[in-house]
Design a protein around this ligand. Structure first.
Ligand code: FE2
Length: 260
């Protein structure tokens, strides 16, 4: 079976690309399950209940988040009640929602989705390594198909997590840095991995932000209100082939679709 992971959807350009193209892309790629990172869906930062519902309606089976999960506070009660939209498992125990979802796939299987935060710059309540083993065990009691969204700044943290989980999960997909890496591979014991799946949004930008604004903040150190860029919109992510009976991955490749 095939799992399509859609990398960080940024603002209205990213959402527009998903609403316009995801259903046909899933059909073209013969996808059985689609997981999407939506932490930047609302104006480039956070997500609202309305936008989460729209991304699910556009074809996502599950939505993961990240360090900006709670920038829009109205998402809290929604996460409490959602079976498909999850926040990182290692945020504070007092935050709403959960870090594990189990969703049905179109081929009759079930896919477990786990979301965790790396430590560098992102300030999780505890290290992802403190929570991941129990999460994976819980998931694997339900289904052999397990995808982990490792939302982290440091490439080393994402690679280390993938190697720690090799043979226990179907895929570890890195998010957060918005720059697709060229290291998609299946590890020795059958876990598919890519350090960063990229960004679904405007690539004529500084990781989604209007370049001049990002540069001005970096040059001056003064507060600058960021705006989402518009140009060179792409859908990026990763496509994983795996065995639905064992959960073992056989291939992973980076996905890049230009909208222009
Ligand atoms: Fe992030």
């Amino acid at each position: 079976m095939r799992i399509l992971f859609i990398a960080d959807v940024v603002g209205s350009p990213g959402r527009g690309a998903i609403e316009q193209r995801l259903q046909t892309l899933k059909a073209e790629l013969e996808v059985d399950a689609c997981v999407l990172n939506g932490e930047n869906a609302a104006d480039g930062i956070g997500i609202t209940p309305r936008l989460a519902d729209r991304l699910l309606a556009a074809g996502a089976d599950a939505i993961t988040l990240g360090n900006h999960a709670f920038r829009r506070m109205e998402i809290g009660p929604y996460l409490e009640g959602s079976q498909q939209v999850i926040r990182p498992a290692n945020t504070s125990m007092h935050t709403p929602g959960r870090g594990l979802a189990i969703v049905p796939t179109s081929n009759g299987a079930r896919l477990a989705v786990i979301n965790v935060l790396g430590s560098l710059f992102l300030h999780p309540a505890c290290s992802m390594f403190e929570v991941i083993d129990e999460l994976v065990e819980t998931a694997r009691r339900e289904t052999p198909l397990v995808l982990v969204d490792a939302h982290a700044e440091a490439t080393s943290e994402k690679i280390a997590l993938a190697r720690w989980l090799d043979g226990r999960v179907t895929a570890v997909v890195g998010t957060h840095t918005h720059v697709q890496t060229s290291d998609a591979r299946v590890l020795a014991k059958g876990t598919a991995f890519i350090t960063d799946a990229g960004m679904t949004g405007p690539h004529d930008s500084v990781i989604g932000v209007v370049s001049d604004l990002a540069i001005r903040r970096m040059r001056t150190g003064l507060p600058v209100r960021f705006e989402t860029a518009q140009g060179d919109v792409r859908i990026e992510g990763a496509l994983i082939d795996c065995d639905s009976e064992t959960g073992t991955a056989s291939s992973i490749e980076a996905v890049r679709v230009s909208m222009s």
